[in-house]
Design a protein around this ligand. Sequence first.
Ligand code: CTP
Length: 406
Amino acid sequence: MSKNATTHHRNRRVLVGVTGGIAAYKSPELVRRLIDRGCEVRVVMTRGAGAFITPLTLQAVSGHPVHEHLLDADAESGMGHIELARWAELVVVAPATANFIARIAHGQADDLLTTLVLATTAEVAVAPAMNRQMWLHPATQANLDILRSRDIRIIGPGSGDQACGETGPGRMTEPEEIASLLAGDPADMAYAGRRILVTAGPTWEALDPVRGITNHSSGKMGYALAAAAADQGAEVILVSGPVHLQAPAGVRRIDVRSADEMLAAVLENLAGTDVFVAVAAVSDFRPARPAEHKIKKSPGEDTMTLELVRNPDILATVAALDSPPFTVGFAAETRDTLANARDKLAGKGVDVIAANDVGGADSAFDSDSNTVTLVHAGGEISIPTADKYAVAVDMLREIDRLLTGG
Ligand code: CTP
């Protein structure tokens, strides 16, 4: 996705730093809550954190090995510290001890986590947790002022009973509240409680075990829609033809090859779906009789005839069901874009056609940007040219309006 896209979506790649305080037992809960909101999470622990929680626990909840050492040859050959700093869209340190806050206030880089804080350009937030006297100490307060002056966000701490037996400020803010502050409250998102099924990418229609009919669809638009819908709280199923893209965070991807497989996967997963968006570039035809073994050329054979048969129309099939979800199709056109889109809207019986002018340089098949006009029974809505994630966000907003009649 283009750099522009990061200005639109919430922080999805989150690096959680855990330092050595008793509140570290709450860090796995924070990791969980972030993942619930569609974030991908990597964890870095300081040496002190190891006294309170094991890397194995955090590895189990985050689904990735925990990073602990600055100069660990194994870790550096996987995702090195600079790569990790670049990967993150948000760094949140919870709990952050008084010592850790002092170290980052003074620009130290004496372990992996402090080094990452120096090396990253991502947003940084800390959730302090410490004894109340340590919190109230002028040294800690001065360090916090330095952090604030550098736009590091300070979350909490709360007040109450402390592990040390005292009562006062210094309790780490609860994980649910930290996650909600940083990644939004799922219940407030436009697509919370809705299920979206998206098809994306090309199909592959086998001719024999090594050859097939396919097309240049990159899958980028479908993947951007899936990512944007997940970011807005939807449960997303992405039925994908063969592409070179990673499944967006929080999206369930089902891999298929042919149009027949795509149709079967769609129908199998359609129950409970509120919105179906067909972005896949489905091959209209497939070889009538795919060969079981590799087709060999024979001497003197100068031409070859392939018999093709019509593939099912997945979008039209879904739209024709008894109680279909809200259906959205795409129409890639090089001329008469809107007229063709209107024909498709009526012909396939769908709610919206996203007409896509593939003639221009900004809207080519493999491009990162797109220009789309939504054609529906009541009119047309133009979506300005933008990167595909931003177009997806705009499309979802308009689809939500049409769905709710707003
Ligand atoms: N579609 C589908 N199943 C097919 C063919 C298309 O679900 N077998 C969907 C696509 O995902 C897209 C829309 O239908 O949402 C595209 O419609 P289609 O009529 O196939 O577009 P073109 O192939 O561009 O049609 P034509 O060549 O007739 O212009």
